[in-house]
Design a protein around this ligand. Structure first.
Ligand code: PAF
Length: 273
């Protein structure tokens, strides 16, 4: 594994599969890396904690940073390159393109974290411009992020294949996330409720066709000291309210457990009557 800070011409001659991360790696990332390795391209993992996507300074400061541990684990995974750029390489003083995440970038996650998706798209765009990967892999846990990245790739007509990595869960159903490191054991127990309620929302929607799952389930969260931010059933192909023609649905959730923001989702089809 070569640890690099910059991308040179020799690297650009390879067909690269990129797995972008902000470090604090866990099984969710390892599963993306495993998927990448199967493609037979040169596998590059990037590790860059992108301050631009944190709308609150404190959240950036508290975000888990484990670069030494991450390097050790990656050494055993036989990846080709670990790209750990400096901030001024990604964001040079002489300028870089910023990306506006549009109307959807201001909803759901973007509503609670203003500017978050502009920051995500700007850094992903920079990584794409610098590394010119053939393939990039992103986890489905960050469903809105994935949706917006795919939209950006289409709009900019990038010839980059985006692979969607499955969400990895622990035995209790809790979606793996670097932020879980900030939860106590008790908090982790509570956080299981997110996946539980996603499943209950799906069953409820199957039975009633009622989209108002926030109203239905919010009290369960407050009884458990969890602040529910949103719980929404959407059309997964448009990330908007489902309509008669909707084929695939996604239920997205965000909630604060012990003041840590957690997100999750489930996607499903509903047979037409
Ligand atoms: O999902 C993440 O870890 C980040 O948002 C990403 C895609 C690496 C951009 O900083």
């Amino acid at each position: 594994m070569k640890i690099i800070k910059e991308i040179d011409q020799e690297i650009l001659e390879n067909d690269i599969c990129l797995v972008p991360t902000m470090g604090a790696l866990h099984e969710g990332h390892f599963s993306l890396i495993k998927e990448g390795k199967e493609l037979g391209l040169q596998l590059m993992v990037s590790l860059f904690i992108n301050e631009m996507q944190f709308n609150i300074k404190e959240d950036f400061i508290n975000y888990p940073k484990r670069i030494e541990e991450d390097i050790k684990v990656l050494e055993n995974l036989e990846i080709d390159y670990l790209f750990i750029p400096e901030n001024n390489y990604i964001y040079p003083l002489d300028g870089f393109d910023t990306v506006d995440s549009g109307a959807l970038g201001k909803k759901f996650e973007g509503d609670s974290r203003p500017g978050h998706f502009d920051g995500v798209l700007t850094v992903v765009n920079r990584l794409f411009q610098i590394i010119k990967p053939k393939v990039a892999i992103f986890g489905k846990k960050d469903a809105q992020q994935l949706f917006l990245i795919k939209e950006m790739v289409n709009k900019k007509n990038y010839q980059i294949k985006i692979i969607e990595g499955l969400t990895v869960r622990d035995d209790s159903g809790l979606a793996l996330s670097s932020r879980n490191l900030l939860l106590s054991e008790f908090g982790k127990e509570k956080a299981r409720l997110l996946h539980d309620i996603l499943n209950q929302s799906k069953t409820y929607f199957f039975e009633t066709k009622d989209l108002l799952v926030f109203e239905k389930f919010n009290s369960i969260f407050s009884r458990n000291d969890i602040t529910l931010d949103y719980l929404e059933i959407l059309d997964s192909e448009t990330f908007t309210k489902p309509e008669d023609g909707t084929d695939t649905y996604i239920i997205v959730i965000a909630a604060y457990v012990e003041n840590i923001r957690l997100i999750d989702n489930i996607e499903f089809r509903m047979e037409k009557e």
